[in-house]
Design a protein around this ligand. Sequence first.
Ligand SMILES: *[C@@H]1O[C@H](CO)[C@@H](O)[C@H](O)[C@H]1NC(C)=O
Ligand SMILES: *[C@@H]1O[C@H](CO)[C@@H](O)[C@H](O)[C@H]1NC(C)=O
Ligand SMILES: *[C@@H]1O[C@H](CO)[C@@H](O)[C@H](O)[C@H]1NC(C)=O
Length: 387
Amino acid sequence: MSYSFFMENKWILPLFVSLIITLLSLAAAAKPALPPVFIFGDSTADVGTNNFLPHSMARADFPPNGIDFPGGPNPTGRFSNGLNSADFLARLFGYKRSPSPFLSFKYSSLQKKMFNGINFASGGSGLLDITGRTMLTLMKFGTGNIPLGVSFRNQQKHVISLTDQMHQFSSVKNNLTTLMGVKPTEKYLKGSLIFISIGSNDLFAYYHSKSSIPKEDFLCSLELAYENHLKTLYDLGARKFGIISVAPIGCCPSQKIFNATEGCLEELNEYAIAFHLKLEALLCKLSTEYEDFMYSLGNSYEMTINVIQNPLLFNFTEVESACCGSGKLNAESFCKQGSNLCSDRNQYLFWDRFHPSQAASKLAAITLFSGGQPFVSPVNFYQLAMA
Ligand SMILES: *[C@@H]1O[C@H](CO)[C@@H](O)[C@H](O)[C@H]1NC(C)=O
Ligand SMILES: *[C@@H]1O[C@H](CO)[C@@H](O)[C@H](O)[C@H]1NC(C)=O
Ligand SMILES: *[C@@H]1O[C@H](CO)[C@@H](O)[C@H](O)[C@H]1NC(C)=O
């Protein structure tokens, strides 16, 4: 399975040359300081993975994305005016920002870097491998109501599915084992933090494809997929899981424009709540099944709805429309050059029609790191790291 995966992906092979270099520098830099951080998921955590997929339309590597990036405007591929939650989480753990995308690892850029982790997240991906393809179909034949752009060319990779992200992580583990040996690799992975932020695209695709699959069956299939991915990571040696559930996605500007009163799409929000409950039950089960399985579950729904209901408490003045876009709620088109752009970007909850602003991402990361119930449980991400 891995073999054909690598053969099919010509960008993977040169990558390993650079990984070897990276891993060697890891082996050399013996002092364990910060916990290594491995990040999986969709556009909420993508820090440039899709820039390496020429046929992906779920990309943000053009202005005005990145307009507030630290050090000056820089469209890195993040779906944000600056950093995203993956960056702020990494920062709270002592790093400058998120580790680089797996696909970016290059000989030259890595010599100086310590091996602190990798970001595998890819915009447009879902728990189910078919999520990207569903959206493709919707775009071709559907309502035009597509959450994230996807390529028309089915043959080309337009997203790194969560399954592919697992394959990539597995290859990293193999490389670590070759370089450090079995025991040190085990120890290294045991102390690593695994962050996963995924699920929104599955719910969007299900909702907008008007699937005939009953809601409960669909949610169970998501839970099962999550279980399989988590077991894969556990079997590879990961033990500490920081899981971020789905926000009230019916309140995204892109969805509100389909409500005549511009309120939230309640059905999508109900999916998000139901998804969280499933996730809670799943994680509880896994932690009893596997004694050393540790987790922290962030309740994105509660966190975000709290801000939407009390914006001023969090210094937001605009929680309805997107900062960058056009049309109704500034949400009828993607954020691109020439879009309407708000000036008070720190006061906007939404950067574009789907994604939180840098300010909102920062708030979310702080809550995950140091918050308590009902926003993050049974422990927060800091306590998870210390456990
Ligand atoms: C790293 O893993 C890849 C794929 O599993 C493999 O081709 C490569 O030889 C490995 N490198 C080392 C140093 O183990
Ligand atoms: C549209 O928004 C209103 C609140 O403004 C809400 O009561 C209603 O249920 C929403 N409609 C849908 C289809 O979600
Ligand atoms: C809101 O802004 C005030 C004044 O700048 C600041 O003291 C407060 O900490 C901010 N609150 C949040 C939640 O960021």
